[in-house]
Design a protein around this ligand. Structure first.
Ligand code: FES
Length: 156
């Protein structure tokens, strides 16, 4: 079971105190927990709920709505490839096949060395520079297979 540290608890209380509505900083709090643990689960929702007074159902529904919060452990590099219309029309399907072949995984899976996780996500808001992907918190745009090769070779 993951436990919020005293420091985390204090940071959450401090953040929440800045807002008149206890639910207003929920996205920020979930980011903090996601960064700390790498993913979120029921234990974390429970602890955040008790600490903030926000209903656990609200926390769960918020955390599972956005792809930026991991619902399971991910590798060191989390590749989130957009599967929405603009990216697919610009070749994302070909890039997906290339990544799967190169890393020998399917979407939703993590490489055996725990280095890469591949996830398909909805629009990343980067349709004008499709195909787009995020790796952890960085955007990669106008992708093609050669760019994918270069990007992956630079990740240690
Ligand atoms: S459709 Fe891929 S970023 Fe919008």
């Amino acid at each position: 079971m993951k436990t919020l540290t005293e420091e985390m608890r204090n940071r959450i209380i401090e953040v929440q105190a800045r807002y008149p509505d206890k639910e207003a900083p929920l996205l920020m709090i979930l980011h903090m927990a996601n960064d700390e643990f790498g993913f979120l689960d029921d234990d974390i929702y429970e602890q955040i709920s008790k600490l903030t007074g926000v209903a656990k159902s609200k926390i769960y529904s918020t955390a599972t709505f956005y792809s930026m919060y991991n619902q399971r452990p991910v590798g060191k590099y989390h590749l989130q490839l957009c599967k929405n219309v603009s990216c697919m029309l610009a070749g994302a399907d070909d890039i997906l096949g290339h990544i799967c072949n190169k890393l020998n995984i399917t979407p939703g899976a993590t490489t055996r060395d725990n280095k890469f996780t591949l996830t398909l996500v909805e629009c990343l808001g980067s349709c004008g520079s499709a195909p787009a992907m995020m790796i952890n918190k960085e955007y990669y745009e106008n992708l093609d297979n050669a760019k994918i090769d270069k990007i992956l070779s630079e990740l240690n």
